[in-house]
Structures are given as C-alpha cells and as structure tokens.
Design a protein around this ligand. Structure first.
Ligand code: ATP
Ligand code: MG
Length: 258
C-alpha cells in the first residue's frame, strides 16, 4: 500500500519560496489504479518525485508497504513526463529497456525474455536495434513504458505520460495501460491534467486543487472493468462521472482565486 500523509513541499531558492504542495493525504491500495488529476502547475510532478524518493518533502511522509520512503523504493518504476529526456540517446531501444534489469541483477537469458515481452506488449517488436531519436514521439514514449513494464514493478508511477502524443496513439496507450494493469496486477498511480483520461483509466480518481494544493475530492469510478474507447466514453455513467470531476476542479479553481 502507498500512503501519503500530510505531504508538504516548499521549494526554496535564495529568498524566493514556492509552496508546491500544502497538505496532501491519500492512499493507494495494492493492485489499484488511481488517477490523480489537477491543473498545470499544481504540483503533480513534485508529488511523484516525493513518492519516488527523488525529492525530500518539507514535511509529512510517504510510506510504501508501511516503510518510510528515503530514496527510490525497490519495486517502483516511474514513467516521467519528459520521456524524450529519460531515454539514453546513445543506447539502442533494447539497451534502454534492459538497463534497469542489469541494475536489478536479472540473469542474461531472463533479461532477453523480459525485454522481448515488454516491447511486444507496447507494439514495438522489430525496433530493438533502433535508437530513440530515430523513433517518433509516441514510439519513444512506448519505449519508456516498456522499460518500466520489463522491470516488473510492484508500483508504477506515470506522470502525464501521453501529453505529447496524438489523440489516436493516446487512446491506444490508455488501453495498453489498463491491459497491463489487469494482466500484471501492478499498483498504478497515473497523473494527468485530462479529466476524461482520468475517468476512462482510473478505478479511483483523486482530484487536486490548484495552489495551495490539497486533495479536493476523491471518486470511485464504478464503470465496468472492461472498457473501450467508443462505448465507455459514450456511457451515460461516464458522462456523469466526468461532470462530477469537472465541477470539483472548477470549485477548486474558484476557491484558489479568492
Ligand atoms: N525545482 C524547483 N524549484 C522551484 N520551484 C519549483 C521547482 N519545481 C517545481 N517548482 C514549482 O512548483 C510548482 C509545482 O510544479 P510541478 O512541476 O510539480 O507542477 P505540475 O502539476 O507537475 O505541472 P504540469 O502539469 O505543468 O506538469 C510550480 O509552481 C513550479 O514552478
Ligand atoms: Mg508535471
């Protein structure tokens, strides 16, 4: 289980202070798929960096399976917002996906298997020897997802992973995330500013306010587990849920403007 309690982060540089997160509390159960939705600049990336142990919170704490996070927790993989910068340009697709497995000391034959399976799962079979810069943005993003999946994480954090791809690729990648989540029983925390995406993907949606950033509301997405882009998005219940999320976020904006 992932627990975030009273999390606060203030960035300080010289005399300038930015309060990125004021007071965040929420939990993600093992095996759940939770979407975090909030406006640009509300501190989503900051939150993920605190959860993945890359950034120290000003106060409050993050626990993974009861243990306080101090440095990157084992079994956690992150797909960053700026995937272009998260792949190594001098390494082939295969080497990029394999690298964390080497660090995890997985045997060579098993590494080959995991790399092949992960590339297959994201539809990139055949690109093993290409370099990231020879691929389109959407393909690079799929390499980043394959790398996270090959690692066989217990927890997968994704930071607006589809913000830079076209609508069609985005729809395919959304379905891919749900499929992988169902198949691998991994715990997923998916961050997005897109309300429809949050409702389509999530089993739960946590809404953040804009600064000062707190948890505004939470919603269980009681749509059937089998979802597809056409029918789910046209389902009256989907429309009801997205309206609820939209209203909460508008309320949060108004409160922040006061
Ligand atoms: N290293 C830093 N130093 C100072 N301020 C920072 C730093 N990183 C982020 N901030 C500030 O913290 C706030 C939250 O930033 P963050 O990147 O976490 O937002 P976000 O919700 O991920 O935004 P987006 O949706 O645009 O990715 C912003 O006001 C930002 O300017
Ligand atoms: Mg961000």
């Amino acid at each position: 289980m992932l627990e975030v309690k009273g999390l606060k982060k203030v960035y300080r540089s010289g005399s300038r202070e930015v309060e990125a997160l004021r007071d965040l509390t929420f939990t993600v159960d093992n095996g759940d798929l939770v979407c975090l939705v909030g406006p640009s600049g509300c501190g989503k990336t900051t939150l993920l960096r605190c959860i993945s142990g890359l950034l120290e919170p000003t106060s409050g704490d993050v626990k993974v399976n009861g243990k306080a996070v101090a440095g990157p927790p084992p079994g956690m993989a992150v797909v960053f917002q700026e995937y272009g910068r998260s792949l190594f340009p001098w390494m082939s697709v295969r080497d990029n996906v394999e690298l964390p497995l080497k660090q995890k000391k997985v045997s060579k034959p098993r590494r080959a298997e995991l790399v092949e399976e992960a590339l297959d799962a994201v539809g990139l079979t055949g690109t093993e020897t290409a370099y990231p810069w020879q691929l389109s943005g959407g393909m690079q993003q799929r390499v980043a997802i394959a790398r996270a999946v090959a690692y066989e994480p217990e927890t997968l954090l994704m930071d607006e992973p589809f913000a830079a791809v076209d609508a069609q690729t985005r729809a395919d990648l959304e379905d891919l995330v749900r499929k992988l989540w169902q198949r691998l029983k991994v715990t997923v925390l998916f961050v997005t500013h897109d309300i429809d995406e949050a409702v389509y993907l999530g089993r739960r949606v946590v809404m953040l306010s804009s600064s000062p950033t707190v948890v505004q509301d939470e919603l269980v997405i009681d749509l059937p587990a089998e979802r597809d882009q056409l029918h789910t998005r046209a389902d009256p219940r989907f429309i009801e849920l997205r309206t609820r999320v939209y209203e909460q976020i508008q309320l949060a904006k108004k409160a922040a403007a006061k």
